[in-house]
Design a protein around this ligand. Structure first.
Ligand code: CTP
Ligand code: MG
Length: 237
């Protein structure tokens, strides 16, 4: 029997850097609510069996109404999120830990330009790997800076630098193990989930599948114009 593929969309952030009262994933961009694009992307993908959304309870009704409006028959759970992103990932893990043999794909709702290909590539990579992320090569030279005096500390080799995006896919069992270990670390404060696997399960390889620069995370108001351009073509992505 083939493994069940479940996607969980993280939508419990409050968008401090964006600076609006309404969290950015619940704003309208290019005719739809930002979260709606990833709900539609997972709904449409033939390999996705079900998806869930992590949100603040104040937004549960809004998630339900977006699902109804779009006939999202694959929406299974609406899960209460946490204060930090990793606490929302943990809420997703807990919601599915009774079925540890599934594949779980975690996706930032703030990345609405979700191509069908990413979902396919991540699921295919999970046949060989226990953890996978979409990522793109960095275009700029990255340097390390000493924040105390704002002087350059060192320069990194650009060819070794990739920017991590989502979706990220896992054998749920692996992710559970990684978070169990991470949680015991007093300095635990990860910003993505493959990072948790890499840091706390040193025997696991994390596979990279190729992303695109337009799979950007809506972070600041200036990102809106750029996103509108790509979202016009969303149905063909
Ligand atoms: N997220 C979440 N729960 C949190 C924090 C973030 O589900 N406690 C989600 C966000 O909704 C977003 C994704 O994780 O879709 C990536 O996070 P980010 O872009 O940092 O969003 P925010 O945390 O909302 O924004 P900011 O950091 O500017 O406050
Ligand atoms: Mg954040």
């Amino acid at each position: 029997m083939s493994v069940k593929n479940v996607a969980v969309i993280l939508a419990a952030g409050n968008g401090k850097r964006f600076g609006e009262d309404t969290p950015k994933q619940f704003l309208k961009v290019g005719g739809r609510v930002v979260l709606e694009y990833s709900m539609l992307g997972f709904q449409r993908h033939p390999l996705i069996d079900e998806f869930s959304v992590v949100a603040h309870p104040d937004y549960f009704d809004e998630v339900k109404s977006l699902a109804q409006k779009n006939n999202c028959t694959k929406l299974n759970k609406i899960i209460a999120g946490g204060r930090e992103r990793y606490e929302s990932s943990l809420a997703a893990i807990r919601a599915y830990e009774s079925t540890p043999d599934i594949n779980i794909l975690l996706h930032d709702s703030a990345r609405p330009v979700l191509r069908q290909r990413y979902i396919t590539d991540v699921i295919n990579a999970l046949e060989k790997y226990n953890a996978v992320t979409v990522a793109v090569p960095e275009v700029d030279t990255i340097i390390k800076v000493n924040p105390d005096n704002m002087q350059m500390r060192s320069s990194l080799n650009r060819h070794e630098i990739f920017k991590v995006q989502t979706p990220q896919g896992f054998k749920l069992k692996t992710l559970i193990r990684a978070y169990e270990k991470g949680h015991k670390d007093p300095a635990f404060n990860p910003t993505d989930d493959c990072g948790v696997v890499h840091r706390y399960l040193s025997d696991e390889l994390v596979c990279i599948v190729e992303g695109e620069y337009d799979n950007m995370k809506l972070t600041y108001k200036q990102d809106l114009d750029f996103l509108e351009k790509y979202l016009a073509d969303f149905d063909n992505l």
